[in-house]
Design a binder for this molecule. Structure first.
Ligand code: CA
Length: 223
């Protein structure tokens, strides 16, 4: 089936170039040229992936992406932007970007990233209709059932998302989530993790999302 790509970009020239090339590659393309219509289409049209410019008139790409995630959608988002500072990248990922490309970029690279994300989304969707995590509002939905997250649990999950697949030491978690001057013991982390696992529906014996790495800490695999 033809994959549909939504392109939100206010530079007309770039928008046309992107639409042209994507159509040549066999994608169906929907476009929006400002933040408000971008948000509207991101939330209310059918598509498989969105290319999202950051600097847009009306609403910026970060706001659009975070509203999309807040709606519970896991649709792949690639930010395309001229901003290339590391802080922007981090903000981009926090608001729910799957990938990030700085202008000017090679069309070939963009196409490769689109393909990779669509492939990943295809397998993820099958696997993971049961759980949705909405960090912005501190909620987890498991098979439609709502769980509220405490602020430390949100911070823990944010940290895990930023370091997905890495072994994270307990001491690092303590410093990053509770702060260096905290008097808490690493044991406290285990208690928080146990509760977080429970909310994620992760069984302590064989956790899928937050794995214990013996003698070190934890490794997170996003649902
Ligand atoms: Ca722009």
């Amino acid at each position: 089936m033809t994959k549909k790509i939504l392109v939100v970009e206010d530079e007309k020239g770039l928008l046309l170039t992107l639409a042209d090339r994507l159509e040549t590659e066999g994608y169906t393309v929907i476009t929006a040229e400002d933040g408000n219509s971008g948000l509207n289409k991101v939330l209310h049209t059918e598509y498989d992936l969105v290319l999202l410019d950051v600097m847009l008139p009306g609403k910026d790409g970060f706001e659009i992406a975070s509203k999309l995630r807040a709606s519970g959608s896991t649709k792949p988002v690639i930010f395309i932007t001229a901003k290339n500072q590391i802080d922007d990248k981090i903000q981009g990922f926090r608001t729910g970007a799957d990938d990030y490309l700085c202008k000017p970029f090679e069309m070939k690279e963009l196409l490769a990233r689109i393909e990779a994300l669509l492939r990943r989304a295809g397998t993820q969707n099958k696997k993971n209709d049961d759980i949705k995590i909405d960090l912005e509002h501190g909620l987890i939905f498991i098979k439609g059932k709502k769980e509220n997250l405490l602020s430390q649990e949100i911070k823990l999950l944010q940290y895990f998302y930023e370091h997905e697949g890495e072994v994270v030491l307990r001491s690092t978690l303590l410093a990053s989530v509770w702060g260096y001057d905290s008097n808490m013991s690493t044991r406290t982390i285990d208690v928080h993790i146990a509760r977080l696992r429970q909310k994620l529906g992760d069984v302590n014996d064989v956790p899928k999302y937050i794995q214990t790495v013996r003698g070190k800490g934890y490794k997170f695999t996003a649902p």
